[in-house]
Ligand binder design. Structure first.
Ligand SMILES: [Zn+2]
Length: 274
C-alpha cells in the first residue's frame, strides 16, 4: 500500500496530465515516504489518518487531498474550507516538488544554510501537513500572533514552524537543514531560543499557545513529547509546565513582548529570571 493511502491522503495531480501527472504523484509519494521514515513524521501521519477515519466530516470525501501548488514564490499552502465550532476544517494541501528543481522558486534559498531552514522538500511538506492535520482535527484557527511571536504571523504558523523544528531535530530524520527562526523566511533560529525550555523565552504567549496545542490535540502532542530530540519544547512542556512558564515570563520574553511595565515591576522586586 502507498504511504498516501495508508494515512488517508489523496495525491491529486489537478491540472497535470500524462508524464507530468505521473511524476507529480511519484515525487509526492516519495517525499511522504521520507516523512513516514522518521519518528515524528510517522506520528503526524498516524494522527492525520486517525482523524480521517474517525472524523471523516472534517475532510472533503474523507481523505486529505494533496495537489499541485500553483501560487508564486517559494511556498506551499493549505486552505481550510469550512468553519466549525472549534476551528476550520476540510483542508486541501497544495505542494509542488518541482519548486526545488534547478530554476524553481525555492532553489536559490536551498543552497545556503542561512536561508534553507525548514526548506528541504520533506520539511516543507511536513509543515503543510501540520496545517492539514489541524484542519483534519477541526482545530485550524485563523488568529494572528503579536509581541515576541509577531514574526510567526499567526497561531497556526507558530504551531507548524514549532512542530517542523521538532521533526528536524528528531535524530531519526537523517537528512535535514536546521531549526527555523519563525514564519518570515527560512533563516536559523537564534541560539538563545534553540533549547527545549529556552524556546519558551520567545514570548509569554509561547507557553500559552503550546498549552493550547496540547489541549486541542492531546494524543498527537503526547506522542511527540515521547520522542527524544535535542529540540522538543512539547516534551519540555509535558515534563515541567511550571519551568516552561517561568521562561515565558522571564526578562527576554517580556522585552520581546514589549511588556515594559511588567518587566520594570519585576526588576524592582528582584523576581525575574532570563
Ligand atoms: Zn504555514
Amino acid at each position: 500500500m502507498s504511504t498516501a493511502k495508508r494515512y488517508n491522503l489523496l495525491i491529486n495531480p489537478v491540472g497535470l496530465t500524462g508524464a507530468a501527472a505521473q511524476a507529480y504523484t511519484h515525487n509526492v509519494e516519495k517525499h511522504l515516504s521520507w516523512i513516514d521514515g522518521t519518528k515524528v513524521g510517522r506520528l503526524l501521519l498516524k494522527a492525520t489518518g486517525w482523524h480521517a477515519r474517525n472524523n471523516p466530516g472534517n475532510l472533503v470525501g474523507g481523505s486529505m487531498p494533496i495537489q499541485p501548488y500553483t501560487g508564486g514564490g517559494c511556498n506551499a499552502v493549505v486552505n481550510n474550507a469550512t468553519s466549525g465550532p472549534n476551528g476550520w476544517s476540510q483542508p486541501t494541501v497544495t505542494y509542488s516538488p518541482n519548486v526545488f528543481n534547478h530554476g524553481g522558486a525555492c532553489h536559490a534559498d536551498l543552497k545556503k544554510s542561512s536561508t534553507n531552514r525548514g526548506l528541504y522538500p520533506d520539511e516543507l511538506l511536513f509543515h503543510e501537513l501540520v496545517h492539514g492535520f489541524r484542519g483534519g482535527s477541526g482545530r485550524f484557527r485563523a488568529s494572528t500572533t503579536n509581541g515576541g511571536l509577531v514574526r510567526y504571523t499567526g497561531t497556526e504558523e507558530f504551531i507548524a514552524v514549532l512542530t517542523t523544528n521538532i521533526y528536524i531535530s528528531d535524530p531519526s530524520d537523517g537528512s535535514k537543514t536546521g531549526l527555523r527562526r519563525d514564519h518570515q523566511g527560512f533563516t536559523p533560529l537564534e541560539k538563545g531560543f534553540a533549547g527545549p525550555f529556552e524556546f519558551f523565552r520567545s514570548s509569554k504567549n509561547a507557553s500559552t499557545l503550546i498549552d493550547q496545542f496540547c489541549r486541542e490535540n492531546p494524543s498527537f502532542t503526547k506522542w511527540v513529547s515521547e520522542v527524544k530530540a535535542p529540540f522538543n519544547p512539547i516534551a519540555a512542556y509535558y515534563s515541567d509546565q511550571a519551568k516552561a512558564k517561568k521562561y515565558s515570563e522571564g526578562a527576554v520574553a517580556l522585552v520581546r513582548d514589549g511588556e515594559w511595565v511588567e518587566l520594570l515591576g519585576k526588576l524592582a522586586t528582584g523576581k525575574i529570571n532570563l
